[in-house]
Design a protein. Structure first.
Length: 241
């Protein structure tokens, strides 16, 4: 990855490092130029430049890149005595501090330029890939949890369906039993109706027989009456004779 790729990366930690390197150059150069006007602050600027070398260049000791804020204040304080060229270093250090602040506020991964032995935007891309991998892992865990939850719900629904099936089978058994009882009741009702019809027929037959018997009884009474009359007539005839 070249310088143009680092510029296109929009990583403010890279911009802050470049401004830090520019500040180192300005601290050394302008410290020499303004040495006669600001002896103390020129020496302080050289010390700051030496410290920034350890901070900004990855081949040297890496420290927390927040010191440009303090160094910018020091350089601006040097101008309270007399405005000099060191104000440029204060501006560059302030811009570097702003870039680092934006990078920290936006959550951008720290990156160092390849020009100074760093990894350039590769580290940024690697961190982005790691973040994407972590996001994918989180999403995978979420999906796994959702799948597990759905499986548990499916198992619960399966238990509910099994329970409903058991209840349905019980209801079907009871319904079949009731149907059998209804069939038996219908059969008994039919038998009762048949017996009732038979009894009605038998009663009708008995009534008919009774009626016939009454007729015969009447006939016998008539015959008995006729016989009595004939007998009385015969007795009278005997008395006359």
């Amino acid at each position: 990855m070249g310088v143009f790729d680092e510029i296109k990366s929009k990583n403010f930690s890279l911009y802050g490092q470049w401004l830090g390197i520019v500040s180192i150059i300005l601290l050394i150069a302008l410290g020499i130029v303004g040495f006669m006007q600001h002896v103390v602050f020129s020496i302080v600027g050289w010390v700051i430049a030496f410290i920034l070398v350890g901070i900004e260049v990855p081949l040297c000791l890496k420290l927390c890149p927040t010191s440009p804020k303090l160094f910018a204040v020091v350089m601006f304080l040097s101008n309270l005595l007399n405005v000099g060229p060191l104000i440029a270093t204060g501006v560059s250090l302030l811009l570097a501090a702003i870039c680092y602040g934006i990078a920290a506020f936006s959550g951008q991964a720290f990156a160092s330029s390849r020009m100074f032995g760093g990894t350039g935007v590769d580290n940024v891309k690697l961190n982005l890939l790691r973040a994407e991998a972590e996001t994918a892992t989180t999403l995978g865990d979420d999906f796994a949890n959702k799948i597990k939850q759905l499986e548990e719900e499916n198992i619960q629904k399966g238990h509910e369906i099994t329970s409903f099936k058991v209840k349905n089978e019980r209801l079907e058994t009871r319904l079949k039993r009731i149907e059998d009882e209804l069939i038996l009741v219908n059969l008994k009702s039919q038998e009762s109706n048949k017996k009732s019809e038979d009894l009605e027929k038998h009663v009708i037959d008995l009534e008919q027989e009774l009626e016939n018997a009454e007729k015969k009884n009447d006939e016998l009474k008539e015959m008995n009456k006729s016989i009595k009359e004939e007998l009385e007539e015969f007795v009278r005839q005997l008395e006359v004779a």
